[in-house]
Design a protein around this ligand. Structure first.
Ligand code: FAD
Length: 388
């Protein structure tokens, strides 16, 4: 991509997000991170200002802009170096809600989608289980059709927003093998409970939970889309999540690079700024090349997604695996260039180092991305032809 994808409308949005992040987010980051708080207030404020709805249709309270608008929001949040809260906000808006836009009934849209875009209700998407993560087909949570309602039993693991959500899109078995369906579970439902997972390496200002469904009764109207089609819906829905993971990786690496540049220009050793040592200048140059490569592949993936939707799967998968792994290298080098202070909480570099470690795990691990690409490239060469 050679041209700047951001229009005047995107830049206006950027100005208002920037102000919001400076006023409502940055002053609280240290406190939220230290105490492990995922602020529900921020959801309300984000919704009230229309920031969840930037790329959602106007019919549901969104502003109907293209997906670059979501990228603008992600970029401005990256400047606050608060990966945890950002993950919670994005897991709310971009994991469960697109499923409701595409498949929800009028009732589901009115009662859940629209309030969620407004920030009045918090949402989550529950796929992973204690016994099945990468292997989505191996999940055990099941939903039994009881005639006039469904009963859910099972457990979900590592669910972002799990303890603060008002509703959760739950992926459950409705038969054998890949007979999987999606259910909109109101967290007030009897038989539902959640406990917070508080011993995470990073992402401290996000809410992560284990969920339990014990004879959890949900109405027939809780089914999202068609019964037994859930596996296909979820695989499609991963594309937007992986795209966001790719741009987020890029922005986190860029943030760390900027900090490293700043620090090495200020820090002196052996009578000069350390940025004057050739080995450090070359390292910064190498990091800058990687960040640009991450931006190129992730922006190309966004452009193709806007053009082709989920048919852009090959480039999205490539962007996800490349940027998440490369960002770790850049962030690791940025920490190294900070010396001992990089290992403390004083410069924020330790936080981005911790938070970024999730990038090659969440939204499909690196190994799974290569597995998908292996199938596309080796078993079905037409996928790679489509990239050219
Ligand atoms: C902070 C956090 C937030 C999360 N938020 C959510 C959420 O909101 N909703 C949700 O549903 N999930 C969420 N997850 C779960 C996340 O998506 C999974 O952890 C991830 O998909 C990996 O699954 P797993 O942990 O079960 O690992 P496993 O699938 O058990 O994998 C373990 C290792 O084996 C490798 N592996 C597995 N299969 C293969 C294979 N076929 N070939 C080669 N290697 C393989 C994996 O790559 C990995 O290295 C979250 C996780 C974390 C840590």
């Amino acid at each position: 991509m050679t041209t700047n994808p951001f229009t005047e409308e995107h830049e206006l949005l950027r100005q208002s997000i920037k102000k919001f992040v400076e006023k409502e987010i940055i002053p609280h980051v240290e406190d939220w991170e230290k105490k492990g708080i995922c602020s529900k207030e921020v959801f309300k404020k984000m919704g009230a200002l229309g920031f969840f709805g930037v790329s959602f249709p106007a019919a549901y309270g969104g502003s109907g802009m293209d997906f670059w608008a979501a990228i603008v929001v992600a970029q401005e949040f990256a400047n606050a170096n608060v990966g945890g809260l950002t993950m919670s906000l994005f897991a709310h808006a971009y994991l469960p809600l697109p499923l409701l836009v595409a498949l929800g009934t009028e009732e589901q849209k009115n009662d859940y989608l629209i309030p969620a875009i407004k920030g009045d209700k918090i949402a989550a998407l529950a796929i992973t289980e204690p016994g099945a993560g990468s292997d989505v087909g191996g999940l055990k949570t099941n939903a039994k059709d009881m005639g006039d309602h469904y009963v859910l039993n099972g457990s979900k693991m590592f669910i972002t927003n799990g303890t603060i959500a008002d509703f959760i899109v739950v992926v459950a078995k409705t038969g054998e093998g890949l007979d999987i369906s999606l259910f909109l579970v109101d967290t007030k439902s009897e038989g539902f409970s959640a406990i917070a997972i508080n011993n995470k390496l990073g992402m401290h200002s996000s809410d992560t939970a284990q969920l339990f469904f014990e004879d959890c009764k949900v109405p027939k109207s809780a089914l999202i889309g068609e019964k037994s089609n859930g596996f296909y819906y979820i695989m499609n829905n991963f594309q937007q999540e992986r795209l966001l993971a790719a741009v987020t990786s890029t922005f986190m690496a860029e943030w760390a690079l900027e900090r490293a540049k700043q620090y090495t220009l200020e820090r002196e050793a052996f009578g000069r700024a350390i940025a004057k040592f050739q080995v450090i200048r070359h390292k910064l140059a190498e990091m800058a090349v990687i960040v640009e490569a991450c931006r190129s592949i992730s922006y190309r993936a966004v452009a193709e997604y806007i053009e082709k939707g989920n048919k852009a799967e090959t480039i999205i998968t490539m962007a996800k695996v490349f940027t998440s792994e490369e960002a770790l290298k850049v962030i690791n080098d940025a920490l190294q260039l900070h010396g001992g202070v990089g290992y403390t909480e004083d410069y924020g570099i330790a936080r981005v180092y911790r938070d970024a470690r999730l990038l090659p795990i969440g939204a499909g691990t690196t190994q799974i991305m290569y597995e998908i690409l292996g199938k596309m490239i080796i078993d079905d060469a037409s996928h790679t032809d489509k990239l050219k």
